[in-house]
Write a protein that binds this ligand. Structure first.
Ligand code: HPA
Length: 270
């Protein structure tokens, strides 16, 4: 694994002349931020050695190097989901590569189902913490001390300073944000009403099928993390209706520009 990470990092370094400090992972259909990136170099996943290839509809699958609000960044448009069949080492491989090319901060976005009864469809939730309910752990198996410690601390998995900054950016721009705990689960089914109730009971505010593996690996690697979720449907008693992938994307599309604005200003401040 170490050799693969190095090989991929070397390949990417040979293509880029900049040294981005921040990496961004864009969730399901959340490519709007890409329209704001200037001086773009696009690298399709299938051309990157050792990279898994994304398959699901709505995920176009490329790395984008460029500037966001004038700051050098590296963005992943489309991520690798556990439910697609990738193992956790593949799901989190891009984060390892980001670290190996010198990236220090990871910004992640996703779509989720809200289980907090105060939430509304279309809310932007700043992720304050997560609960890992995936059936496989990305750090299971031999630990490579070069990558991080055997027992990583997770007491501040989402950097408080980034949360504070994002909240001020939202206030300044008149963008409504909520905060909460993201429950990560394997999918690909959306939840039954009882499962939504369970996620609320254990302390969740929203549930989704991604993010947690990448954030665990970023923490293992000593990176600082910021996460934001678009609440595309509600798993709240009395408000549960049928959810479709298309609806999730439609709501995501509507709210994305607000998320983009927060990310764009945040990269300048971190
Ligand atoms: N559950 C899980 N993942 C999701 C949901 C949901 O309700 N909405 C968007 N992603």
């Amino acid at each position: 694994m170490l050799q693969k990470i190095q090989e991929t990092a070397e390949y990417l370094k040979s293509l880029i002349k900049t040294q981005p400090k921040t990496g961004i992972i864009l969730g399901t259909g959340l490519g709007n931020l890409v329209t704001q990136i200037t001086d773009k170099t696009e690298i399709p996943y299938e051309t990157i050695p050792n990279f898994p290839v994304s398959t699901v509809e709505g995920h176009s699958g490329k790395l984008i190097l460029g500037k966001l609000g004038g700051i050098d960044i590296l963005a992943m448009q489309g991520r690798f989901h556990y439910y697609e069949g990738y193992d956790m080492k593949s799901v989190t491989f891009p984060v390892r590569v980001m670290k190996a090319i010198g990236i220090e901060n990871l910004l992640v976005s996703n779509a989720s189902g809200g289980v907090n009864p105060e939430f509304e469809i279309g809310d932007l939730m700043i992720i304050t913490d997560h609960i890992n309910l995936f059936p496989e752990h990305p750090l299971r198996g031999k630990n490579y001390n070069e990558l991080g410690p055997r027992f990583p601390d997770m007491s501040e998995a989402y950097t408080k300073d980034f949360i504070t900054k994002a909240k001020s950016i939202a206030t300044r721009n008149n963008i409504k944000v909520v905060e909460g705990v993201y429950v990560g689960t394997s999918g690909p089914t959306f939840e039954t009403p009882s499962e939504y109730r369970y996620f609320r009971t254990i302390g969740g505010d929203a549930v989704g099928m991604s993010t947690v593996p990448e954030v665990i690996v970023a923490n293992h690697a000593g990176m600082k993390v910021f996460g934001i979720s678009i609440v595309t449907d509600l798993g709240v008693p009395g408000k549960i209706v049928e959810v479709t992938h298309e609806e999730v994307q439609e709501i995501g599309n509507r709210v994305q520009p607000l998320m983009t604005q927060i990310m764009k200003e945040l990269v300048k401040e971190i």
